[in-house]
Write a protein that binds this ligand. Sequence first.
Ligand code: PDD
Length: 280
Amino acid sequence: RTVYVNGQFVPEGEAKVSVFDRGFLFADGVYEVTSVLGGKLIDFAGHAARLRRSLGELEMRMPVEEDELLDIHRELVRINEIDEGMVYLQVTRGAAADRDFAYPGEEVEPTLVLFTQSKPGLADSPAARAGIKVISIPDARWGRRDIKTVQLLYPSMGKMMAKAAGADDAWMVEDGAVTEGTSNNAYIVKDGTIVTRQLGTEILHGITRAAVLRFAREAQMKVEERAFTIEEAQAADEAFITSASTFVLPVVEIDGTAIGAGAPGPVAKRLREIYLEESR
Ligand code: PDD
């Protein structure tokens, strides 16, 4: 596989990043995941806009202009012959001379890395047909979840806790309300109304979330952006998640309680269809 590192396309075995890179030492970096369907990037502009915002919040500069970033994405998809899969992008504050908590000066160049992952069958996944099971766990992440940083240890722990409990993923709970999934946004449907947490610093502002809510409203579905509890979710007609890598995925069980009929519901199915149709 060919990857991109700081201006160069190289075989993955030859790619090098410094041991002093702040992404490695301090998780001082941000990332984006853009899906590819039929060789086409889904919502690149949305991901680029969020990247700009994440970098701005951390006082980091964009290492390359947005049109060049798009070219790099397209080039990697082409070289690696990605039909279905994703492009991962990471920007870190670069490698300072020594390990130091304070940000280094402007002379230190940010590190820009991109790679692809091929995922044949991404759009037609068994999980989408069966739905997934989630457990609830406390949200123990830091307070700026609107910034897409590479500090992903707690989400990793959450996935392991889910796995240990025989589930597929975890929904995180703070002050009694669901924030989001470990790597996705969370939704419930009750009496035809789609409910998902309002934007704020407590959750990542999902690019898929924005698209799905727009499609839902265009299809005259009712949408409420507000917090909800696990109990409310368990009593809902449907539940689902969204992310760039899963699109719209039905949730059929929360903490061992079946949601609705315990099978993917019509709203989640319809939104998945619309999303895939609009993205192709
Ligand atoms: N995760 N919330 C969190 C905590 C996430 O990590 C993600 C994305 C989302 C959904 O955002 P979007 O729709 O823009 O993908 C919500 C990516 C896919 C990942 O970490 O692999």
